[in-house]
Design a protein around this ligand. Structure first.
Ligand code: SF4
Length: 422
């Protein structure tokens, strides 16, 4: 968006006034690829009818399927792979001239310092990408082939970007990468997330209140990193650790490096050292070869770790991964049933956590008016990450997006909370 804008293109305020439609796609599992294709088809009609001058498709779907996508959907004018987003202006201009550019090379893009950026999130919130790609080879995952090998941005460049985001009014920074704990291995020869977070926390003194860390790998959470969570006030006491399963047999087939016992131990250490810590995880059910006993192990793992936040996904067999044709594929009805049971157990934990907070006072960041009612605003505390977790609803419409206030929690649902301003 930054590159397009600096070339003189402005985001259209609505669909009817757009000259070009630019679709950035996801394609790491079948559902996300389908969603991307549905979105392209939705705009293909506008392109056929001449209501738009060009339909440009960028990102993982383009990287995954290449020019066959253009053959299948001839309304597409340009394709840009994950490594070529730096060529988006060239692609749009060529498409508008009637050419059909296909820019799909190796997936090696890494944001450069000082590159123009447009924040697509509300003004008070920004995602901060610290690295691209992934060096892990989980047997079910296409991401390393779509996004390339792990490569980190220098600490100084990230800190400067955080400072500039702070000066533009950002109050919550969400630190992301495919694997944030692998940050720095390529550049500094060792995992360096702890060092980066310390420097970000220092720089945050200029206005950023919360620094939230997503997508960590359990085997890389060491004492140095735990110390940062325990000691740095601005590092939110919330940690996302995708753990994927609770049975060693399945974890091994997934090529995960952490065992059940190691994950239980690291979560225990975190909870002991960081009081009030909220854990988020993601889990996969229906992996090839997963038996009823494995699934029972997963349920007992959930019971022990008690993640307050979680997502459960049914295994999706992706061509190009090792798990694609592993023996023992689990029927989708069985996977769906297991997902329902696991989600139910996790929802209970989330509700119990919410109920334990009723009557307590917490600080929240207001996201803005609620779709539910004009009298209510939506906010989040440290325990709710944007987009993936629940919300805190406050009955005070005078609160503006970006404000931070203390509230008393009055009620808890499965995922959401109600609160009064104090
Ligand atoms: S760590 Fe995450 S992104 Fe990397 S291969 Fe495993 S599941 Fe995929």
């Amino acid at each position: 968006m930054g590159l397009l804008r600096s070339a003189g293109m402005e985001p259209a305020s609505d669909r009817d006034s757009a000259d070009v439609v630019f679709i950035n796609t996801c394609a790491f599992i079948a559902d996300s690829a389908q969603e991307s294709v549905d979105t392209i088809l939705e705009f293909a009609r506008d392109r056929r009818d001449g209501r738009i001058g060009a339909l440009v498709v960028a990102g993982c779907l383009a990287q995954r399927y290449g020019s066959s996508l253009m053959e299948e959907i001839p309304e597409i004018d340009a394709l840009i792979g994950t490594g070529d987003c730096g060529r988006c202006v060239e692609a749009v201009q060529a498409a508008l001239r009637g050419e059909r550019p296909v820019f799909i090379g190796a997936p090696g893009f890494l944001a450069q310092e000082g590159g123009p950026r447009v924040i697509a999130t509300p003004k008070h919130l920004a995602y901060l990408k610290i690295a691209e790609g992934c060096a892990n080879r989980c047997s079910y995952c296409l991401i390393p082939s779509l996004r390339g090998p792990a490569r980190s941005r220098p600490v100084e460049a990230i800190v400067r970007e955080a400072r500039s985001l702070a000066s533009s009014g950002v109050r919550e920074l969400v630190v992301i990468a495919q694997d944030t704990t692998a940050y720095g291995c390529d550049l500094y020869g060792r995992p360096s997330l702890a060092r980066l977070l310390r420097e970000l926390a220092e720089a945050a003194a200029d206005g950023i209140e919360w620094i939230r860390v997503m997508y960590t790998y359990p085997s890389l959470i060491d004492d140095e990193l735990i110390d940062v969570f325990a000691g740095e006030e601005r590092i939110v006491k919330y940690l996302d650790i995708p753990m994927q399963h609770g049975s060693d047999r399945v974890l091994k087939m997934m090529s995960r490096r952490s065992s059940r016992a190691q994950m239980i131990q690291v979560c225990g250490r975190l909870r002991e050292r960081v009081p009030g810590l909220v854990l988020r995880t993601s889990l996969i059910v229906g992996f090839p070869g997963e038996t009823d006993e494995d699934f029972e192990e997963l349920l007992s793992f959930i019971d022990i770790v008690r993640p307050e936040r979680a997502g459960v996904f049914e295994f999706s067999a992706e061509e190009g991964t090792r798990a694609y044709d592993m023996p023992g594929q689990v029927p989708s009805e069985v996977a769906a049933g297991r997902r329902g049971i696991a989600m139910e157990a996790l929802a209970r934990i989330s509700r119990e956590f919410g109920e334990s907070r009723v009557g307590s006072v917490t600080r929240v960041l207001v996201d803005g008016p609620s779709d539910e009612s004009d009298l209510v605003v939506e906010a989040r505390s440290y325990a709710e990450a944007p987009e993936v977790d629940g919300k805190v609803y406050i009955g005070d419409a005078t609160l503006a997006a970006g404000e931070m206030v203390d509230v008393a929690i009055t009620d808890a649902g499965r995922y959401d909370l109600a609160a009064d301003r104090i």
